[in-house]
Write a protein that binds this ligand. Structure first.
Ligand SMILES: Nc1ncnc2c1ncn2[C@@H]1O[C@H](COP(=O)(O)OP(=O)(O)OP(=O)(O)O)[C@@H](O)[C@H]1O
Ligand SMILES: [Mg+2]
Length: 403
């Protein structure tokens, strides 16, 4: 039986609705079967600011994707400044008579981690187990089936503001879609862009979108740190608009046509043309370089604060539309002090060629993430109800198993 999975990436500049056929759930292999896109209105940095406008945009993307996802279940990407994350650890005694750690105990540990230290206004999006300690023995990756009296789970917990999530899901629900899961966007992007080897080695994924730059780091296969920088491709265009006294639209066009962040390579007298006007190319690239440096300096500081920058031999992987400015990888390499590459969604073939671009990493990743985690999720425990209240309850309860 073919199984279909659906995703909606509600970005700052565009909404992408995507549908795929699961080839191998365990490995997260999905064939993209259709994609629809619409310009994003009514959203700012991951937050709904105009519900009606946002609903229209999402509906348009769903329509453009063929509308098939109306039956669901759909995974929705979430990002923005309201997201926070931290590492935690929880311990439980194993009461089973034969001392063997069961799936159920692991679930109780996850539930416990989900409870830890959250206010009313916060809701947990992911509890990603990083490692387990069994009776003092460190570094256990898969505890089920092993004997222990005391089990500790070390996990990375990601949470978001309840109202912000509620607003986003409300918009998607208004389009007649059944939301089954909320996924942190950089976690989704990482499924599309990274290999298990990268994640085992240690790697930082940096998704430079229109409104925000999202960071996720992985070590020994698990998510260890997440952060959001409130700057993205639109900040670059806004800077050009300000610097050259142009409209945002004209500045954006100049950026897309001639944008590079390595200003020293540009001849001082070179000019670029838009309409019947000429602009100094060096000046434009200096503006872009200045902003790009700022983004990567924030990224570097975030990795330093988390104490992970020296622990990522896999380097940095850039994705998202903002990574397409010429020279972003070179600049990132210099500022982060890490080997850097730009990634597009992996394993996309045939008719779905158009999604082989960094802008679609999140959307494609939502499919890969769903396939993998549906496969892991116990069959009996599906929260398959569709009412809004139940989705909010489910949002509070759901977690991804990570990677
Ligand atoms: N070829 C290009 N060169 C430079 N910038 C580009 C290019 N193509 C797209 N961009 C920029 O990428 C940004 C959009 O990226 P993306 O589609 O990944 O963002 P989004 O998902 O809509 O936003 P977010 O993830 O922040 O919510 C825009 O600012 C756009 O100008
Ligand atoms: Mg995005």
């Amino acid at each position: 039986m073919t199984k279909l999975v659906y995703g909606i990436d509600v970005g700052t500049t565009k909404i992408v609705a995507i549908a795929g056929r699961v080839i191998d759930g365990r490995r997260g292999w999905v064939e993209v079967v259709s994609v629809g896109e619409a310009p994003s209105h009514g959203l700012r940095r991951g937050m709904v600011v105009d519900r009606e406008a946002a609903t229209e945009s999402v509906a348009e993307a769903i329509e453009a994707c063929g509308g098939a996802m109306r039956g669901g279940p759909v995974s929705v990407g979430i990002a923005g400044g309201h997201i926070s994350s931290y590492n935690t650890e929880v311990t439980l005694l194993n009461r089973s008579r034969d001392r063997v750690v069961t799936e159920r105990l692991v679930r109780r540990l996850e539930a416990e981690a989900r409870q830890a230290a959250f206010g009313e206004d916060e809701s947990v999006i992911h509890v990603v187990p990083r490692s387990f300690v069994l009776d003092g023995a460190e570094g256990v990756r898969q505890p089920v089936g092993l004997a222990a009296r005391k089990a500790t789970m070390r996990a990375h917990v990601v949470s978001g503001a309840v109202s912000t999530i509620q607003n986003l899901l409300g918009v998607v629900e208004d389009c007649g879609v059944r939301v089954s899961r909320v996924v942190l966007e950089p976690l989704a992007s990482s499924e599309a862009c990274l290999l298990d080897e990268d994640r085992n080695l240690g790697v930082a994924l940096i998704d430079i979108g229109g409104g925000t730059t999202d960071i996720a780091t992985f070590m020994r296969g698990s998510l260890t740190h997440t952060a959001v920088i409130p700057l993205g491709g639109q900040s670059f265009s806004a800077d050009i608009a300000y610097g050259l006294k142009l409209s945002f639209g004209a500045a954006d066009q100049l950026k897309l046509k001639y944008g590079t962040v390595i200003s020293r390579d540009i001849d001082d007298v070179a000019a670029v043309r838009l309409g019947d006007k000429h602009y100094n190319a060096r000046f434009i690239s200096q503006i872009l370089e200045y902003r790009a440096r700022e983004v990567f300096e924030y990224a570097r500081d975030s990795l330093d604060e988390a104490g992970v920058r020296d622990l990522l031999p896999g380097g940095a992987v850039l994705t998202g539309g903002g990574s397409l400015l010429e020279g972003m990888d070179e600049l990132a390499e210099k500022i982060l002090g890490m080997r850097t590459r730009i990634a597009i969604p992996r394993r996309v073939k045939g008719d779905s060629e158009p999604v082989r671009k960094p802008q679609y990493s999140t959307a494609v990743g939502l499919l890969y993430f769903s396939a993998k985690n549906d496969d892991l999720r116990p069959k009996s425990k599906g929260a398959r109800d569709t009412s809004f209240g139940s989705i909010m309850t489910a949002v509070k309860e759901w977690f991804g198993f990570g990677v």
